[in-house]
Design a protein around this ligand. Structure first.
Ligand SMILES: Cc1cc2nc3c(=O)[nH]c(=O)nc-3n(C[C@H](O)[C@H](O)[C@H](O)COP(=O)(O)OP(=O)(O)OC[C@H]3O[C@@H](n4cnc5c(N)ncnc54)[C@H](O)[C@@H]3O)c2cc1C
Length: 435
């Protein structure tokens, strides 16, 4: 097989490079640092963790713990390095970030089938390549990518609304109905009285926000949120006036219950076909996580909500993956370009490694779609499912997995069963693949 170009020696690029090289495939890893730095990286090292040093929980009854175990079974090269650089962090896998980046860089440099070229790539290559230039891809390359996929298919920030588990929603309080009863009643609705609505708005106005990094603040100052109305943080909408939400995203028109019009309504949209998780429509937010839990639990019906994912708004370049990616994670309009990492539409350090590993296995081994019971299999499906509307970057959470057959109520047991089912399916899949 000819040499594969990999653009970006971040988490996805380093994982892909090491996996391909171990499969006997030569790699040219192109990295622009230190010639050109990103606003978040501080070194010229590969796999630099730009913010937290945690790769999240290692427990198997968490989605991030399960994802790491799936990656281990699939042969991740970065995870063992991370473990060798672990620092005490309770149940989480946290690393000494400098040591981790140094060890990854050394491993790449010492590999006979990997050469590292320090160069800013400004156009998509014409040869078979993996694009993993990350959430802070340089401008020229982003423009070249836009020319291929279409300008509107590459976003420069994400605006994510929280997701809650279906079983934690108070079914006695919410009701299923689509606005003006058009089609099947897909949405669940949380109806507010006048008092509940103003209490919620006041809490939003007082809520403490996450502190963005300086370069993010600069970026957000330039973003016209009026233009990206669907991406405006809910607390910013509330700041425009106490009535703004109930005339906008929380308008009650067409959502009457028993002939009565509520004062305001917040809609919940199913996150998956099994309806095990729901997205709080319009609640993208920059509130701190504990504040989100406190404030969104003021929504009638969500008093005991279990948050599978919190909302966020970040500087982040990512593709509208379901519109532009083919099933094998190549660009539909440029079938020689594979995409991995944050640019492909995933979110999180381990998720980025996971897609790097996946693309390497697609190229090197022709691996087929992973079982639907696995976190990585579901992440892959989400990236290529053309039915997905309102695509937002995907991360590991149990809400993306199909429902269990048994109606288990105990939350901890349920998570353990998800993990057991996933790992059994993955082991079976890998044995079949070997056979
Ligand atoms: C500010 C910030 C903070 C984050 N914090 C966290 C966190 O705490 N926890 C978490 O799980 N996730 C976090 N993320 C999200 C994400 O998990 C990380 O950004 C992750 O490093 C992305 O991996 P990647 O491989 O896709 O990209 P990166 O690790 O960023 O690697 C991309 C590489 O491509 C290079 N590059 C870019 N353009 C070019 C070009 N034109 N030519 C050559 N090289 C190029 C870059 O220099 C970089 O080395 C954060 C993201 C950002 C932006």
């Amino acid at each position: 097989m000819p040499e594969i170009k990999i653009i970006g020696a971040g988490l996805a690029g380093s994982e892909a490079a090491l996996c391909l090289a171990e499969m006997g495939i030569s790699v040219n890893l192109l990295e622009m640092r230190p010639l050109r730095m990103t606003p978040a990286h501080g070194t010229d090292l590969a796999a630099e963790l730009v913010c937290s040093n945690s790769l999240k929980s290692d427990l198997l009854d968490t989605a991030s713990g399960l994802l790491k175990e799936e990656l281990r079974l699939l042969g991740s090269r970065l995870l063992p390095i991370a473990r060798s650089c672990a620092v005490p962090a309770g149940h989480a896998l946290a690393v000494d970030r400098l040591l981790f980046a140094q060890k990854v860089t050394q491993t790449l440099q010492n590999h006979p089938r990997i050469r590292i070229t320090r160069q800013e790539v400004t156009e998509l290559p014409v040869e078979c390549s993996i694009l993993c230039a990350g959430p802070l891809v340089s401008d020229s390359l982003a423009r070249s990518l836009q020319e291929v996929v279409g300008e509107s298919q590459l976003s420069f920030f994400d605006a994510i609304a929280p997701i809650v588990s279906a079983e934690s929603i108070d079914s006695a309080k919410v009701y299923a109905k689509d606005r003006y009863d058009k089609g099947e009643p897909d949405y669940l609705n949380c109806a507010f009285t006048r008092g509940e609505y103003y209490r919620f708005v006041d809490a939003l106005l007082e809520g403490e926000q996450h502190q963005a990094r300086e370069f993010e603040n600069e970026f957000f100052r330039e973003v016209d949120f009026n233009y990206y109305e669907n991406c405006t943080p809910i607390e910013e909408l509330a700041r425009r006036g106490r009535e703004t939400l109930r005339h906008g995203v929380m308008r009650p028109m067409g959502l009457e219950r028993d002939g009565m019009k509520p004062f305001a309504v917040l809609q919940l949209r199913a996150e998956n076909k099994d309806r095990t998780a729901f997205n709080l429509v319009g609640c993208q937010t920059m509130l701190r996580y504990p504040e989100q839990q406190r404030i969104f639990r003021l929504i009638p019906g969500l008093e005991r909500a279990e948050f599978l994912r919190f909302g966020s708004i970040h500087r982040n370049s990512y593709l509208n993956a379901p519109r532009v990616l083919a099933p094998n994670l190549t660009l539909r309009n440029a079938r020689h370009i594979f995409v991995a990492g944050q640019l492909a539409g995933v979110e999180g350090y381990v998720e980025c490694m996971g897609t790097g590993l996946l693309v390497a296995k697609i190229i090197g081994e022709g691996i087929g779609m992973l079982p639907p019971q696995t976190i990585l299999g579901q992440i892959w499906r989400r990236l290529i499912d053309p039915e997905q509307k309102n695509f937002q970057p995907v991360n590991a959470n149990f809400g993306i997995l199909p429902a269990l057959d048994d109606n288990v109520r105990d939350k901890k047991l349920k998570k353990q069963l998800y993990s057991k089912r996933s790992l059994e399916a993955l082991r079976g899949f890998l044995e079949e693949d070997d056979g």
